[in-house]
Ligand binder design. Structure first.
Ligand SMILES: [Zn+2]
Length: 537
């Protein structure tokens, strides 16, 4: 982010008419990446007539809408890494939110880095960095292209949603330390917060946003939920209250929910927009010929979605308000950077399954699987292999089985696991290339990295998710290879973007090469996506 006023390498000759200039000679001043966590494509269809003119409708009305876009890797929950590296976990290494370390028999969080400390709160409150990421991101490529003169900033409520997009050489990732309601970062990026972040924190916006009641934005008959607000499939925002609106946030906060409550409400997205706009102004982004990157991730859509599921009126209300936040963001970008001078992409890291109990009650094929029980059932078939009282299986997590010393029998174990009624497919690592299933084979391979994945990968049948005390009968989750999880929207808008719809199959890994074509960047190190040629002007 060291700036020089005359950047010859990026300036274009004013003497040549712009019509004769290749598009990359006029790169956008700013790329704004927006990831809406847990946004299913059908939300656009379902909520369309409740959106205003300046948010989603503007992005789609003037930009490109990729309607059959997919994320395509097994158990990859941190798809921010896939979106911004343009490749899959098999190459970027973020195989899940937590991965299992065989040597220490402990899980390692995807942005955990004990050599770093938090900045903006107590040093031990967060040890975070992108050190586990093994490919460059869009931010890294911008920094390389401009010899670190690009300004590349990530903002989100969740640390991983801000850190992974910005990569290892990006300028800064900021996220919310929820219980303090403050924007913080890591020593990976800086020793102390810049003044604009200090000023932002001093506004105490989290406290202001929680000093109110969350009521429906529109009359209740305008909502498209198929379930009444008061239904048995939701988990309340806080213990002891019904899962219905209105919710008096002020009294709930004072009753013990604390400032963390913000992340469950639409104002978690609003404060994220505030952070993005503060970064835009504080860092003077999009003000010169060097392309900057602002990576925004809206996490409240996921945090709320897990509790109430995709049919809840609360979720629709959150998207109606997010649409207004998007309008506010776009209006400010027009004013500050200039309409047509910036490029936006919007996507989601994943969708979510309907609450399985709801699907079951609708006579659907759905439910909950006690995964440990299934694995134990198979394990009991291999008594001769149990040595020294040790069971075969070390641990089971995120659709992976980690075996102990008996990994050489993984293939046989996987075969039996795959025959269990709850399981759609299971394969040992060595047999991944032999999977016949055309849908699941690439997903499983894309999600597998030898050093970081289990000995066996498995997939539950559609509509099923792992049983735990928390989820039984209520709430939802994601992480499966089925369409409710993998079908996500991709929108492109602004400088260099053609207006239209793309109906053929595309992937979230196609975003980076498409943006790279618009900006004139080299591809990220491990990019496996393809440029969506219909999008590029
Ligand atoms: Zn989630």
């Amino acid at each position: 982010m060291i700036r020089s006023t005359s950047i010859a390498c990026l300036a274009f000759s004013a003497s040549v008419a712009s019509a004769q200039q290749p598009t990359w000679q006029h790169p956008p001043k700013l790329v704004v990446g927006i990831v809406v966590d847990q946004m299913r494509t059908d939300y656009i269809y379902r909520y369309w007539d409740n959106f205003g003119e300046g948010g989603f409708k503007r992005l789609i009305g003037e930009g490109s809408f990729l309607r059959d876009a997919q994320q395509h890797a097994h158990c990859d929950r941190s798809r921010h890494a896939s979106i911004y590296t343009g490749t899959t976990p098999s190459h970027h290494g973020i195989v899940a939110n937590d991965r299992y370390d065989r040597a220490t028999r402990k899980t390692i969080y995807c942005t955990q880095d004990m050599s770093q400390q938090a900045v903006g709160t107590l040093p031990d409150n967060a040890h975070r960095s992108p050190v586990q990421l093994l490919s460059t991101t869009l931010a890294d490529e911008l920094e390389r292209r401009t010899e670190r003169r690009s300004k590349t900033i990530g903002v989100a409520l969740k640390d991983r949603s801000s850190i992974l997009p910005i990569g290892r050489t990006g300028d800064a990732a900021y996220w919310m330390y929820g219980s303090e309601g403050n924007c913080i970062t890591s020593t990976w990026y800086m020793k102390s917060l810049p003044q604009w972040v200090i000023d932002f924190n001093n506004k105490k916006l989290a406290e202001q946003y929680l000093a109110q009641t969350w009521s429906l934005t529109l009359p209740v008959e305008r909502y498209h939920q198929v379930l009444p607000d008061n239904n048995p499939y939701e988990i309340p925002l806080y213990r002891g209250i019904p899962a219905t609106l209105p919710i008096n946030l002020d009294s709930l906060r004072k009753a013990g929910a604390g400032l963390d409550l913000l992340s469950y409400t639409p104002w978690g997205n609003t404060i994220t927009t505030d952070m993005a706009l503060a970064a835009l102004e504080g860092e003077q982004m999009g003000k010169d010929a060097i392309t900057d990157l602002l990576a925004i991730s809206y996490s409240s859509t996921d945090i709320l979605g897990h509790r109430v599921g995709p049919r809840a009126v609360e979720v629709e209300d959150m998207y109606i308000r997010l649409d207004r936040d998007l309008k506010r963001l776009l209006d400010e970008l027009d004013r500050s950077v200039g309409a047509g001078a910036y490029t936006v992409f919007l996507t989601a890291d994943h969708g979510a399954v309907d609450v399985p109990q709801y699907l079951k009650d609708m006579k659907g094929s759905a439910g909950y699987v006690d995964v440990q029980d299934v694995v134990d059932r198979v394990q009991r078939e291999f008594p001769a292999q149990v040595s020294g009282g040790h069971l075969w299986v070390d641990t089971v997590m995120d659709g992976q089985v980690f075996l102990r010393s008996g990994a050489d029998a993984a293939e046989r174990f996987a075969e039996r696991l795959g025959e269990q009624p709850e399981i759609a497919s299971a394969a040992s690592a060595s047999a991944l290339n032999a999977i016949q299933d055309e849908h699941l084979a690439p997903l499983l391979r894309n999600g597998y990295m030898p050093q970081r994945s289990g000995d066996i990968l498995f997939v539950m049948r559609p509509g099923y998710f792992e049983l735990d005390e928390w989820s039984n009968g209520h709430g939802t989750t994601h992480g499966s290879p089925w369409n409710y999880d993998t079908h996500v929207p991709i929108l492109f808008f602004g400088a260099g973007v053609q207006h239209g719809e793309v109906l053929r199959r595309t992937h979230i890994t196609d975003i980076v090469p498409t943006i790279s074509a618009i900006v004139g960047l080299s591809l990220t190190d491990a990019c496996t996506g393809r440029t969506v040629h219909e999008v590029v002007k």
